[in-house]
Design a protein around this ligand. Sequence first.
Ligand code: FAD
Length: 341
Amino acid sequence: ADPEARALAEKLAAYRGVWVFVEQTEGEPARVSWELMGKGRELADTLGVPLSAVVVGSRVEELCYESFCYGADQAYLVDEPVFRHYRTEAYLKAVCRMIDDYRPEIVLMGATGLGRDLAGAVATVVGTGLTADCTGLGIDDKRNLMQTRPAFGGNIMATIMCDRFRPQMATVRPHVMPLPERVAGSSGTVIRLRSKVREEDILTKVLEIVSDRNKDQVDVAGAEFIVSGGRGMMGKENFVLLQELADELGGVVGASRSAVDAGWMPHERQVGQTGKTVRPKIYIACGISGAIQHLVGMQDSDVIIAINRDPEAPIFEVAHLGIVGDLFQVVPALTERLRSL
Ligand code: FAD
């Protein structure tokens, strides 16, 4: 056999196991970490290797036990005061050292602000590739990670492989993967590590944390019921119709990019490729045509209801229930009906 190919195969084979980085803020885990744990379990089972949680922070040991409930076999824990607040330099050093010492073949992180920052830095330092914002992950017949994500403005899906380097690294946005069932009382092994990161070596100091969450901000990504409006809403003032329906359902109002670009809704309500990815129980699309960039953000909703006066609108291809009609009649009628229940 080709000696170069053999050397590469040997280098790759030295890496084993699937890791999921457990993101936390002051000990509070990010839900996306458990979503990834579910996917990580699947990948680890396909490969026949252990699934490990990577827990870095201060007073975060509890998260190791929580990770077992979501499917991890073991957890690598670095628990030191220097990791109380996220700082790239400190976390980077800790995670890279773990990778050097334990050599996982796959490392997954949430595509959150923190995850995007850390994953990019880690991939650079350990000298491997990173596929950001994956929407699908699988294993091919050569045991490589197949990382699928939208490309060219969502018009095609690209499958990206990292077949010469390890670990294979990917980030996945919140709500793209389903949350696995939590099995209380599951057990696993906690592997405690010392980081050697010293406070005096970290240039960044956290002086104060100021929350940017203003009271009226609505969490579209986490909502169970979403009523979204598009260009068909014809104007900002008409969104009150959607708000009334959303209130009846105990949900929130979302929007397509056209509605956001028109200034009818703030950007944090935008659903889609350049907005939020949502996975509610019910998604009601009102006056939204169903462009691919919108669909990638909501097509995994449990039930999709589309209201559009154009029977040919692509939104009907993903809708479970479609109403062909004028939303200015249909939406108030639905709200009335719900009120009368
Ligand atoms: P239109 O496509 O104009 O659809 C309006 C619909 O309303 C039509 O189907 C019409 O039949 C219906 N309608 C009109 N009046 C009524 C009525 N009275 N009753 C019932 N139905 C009615 N888009 C997103 O949404 N999210 C994204 O994150 C996003 N990211 C993008 C990223 C890139 C790189 C690009 C290139 C585009 C992106 N887009 C995104 C834009 C996307 O391509 C579409 O342009 C957009 O989603 C269209 O919005 P819309 O469905 O509201 O408007």
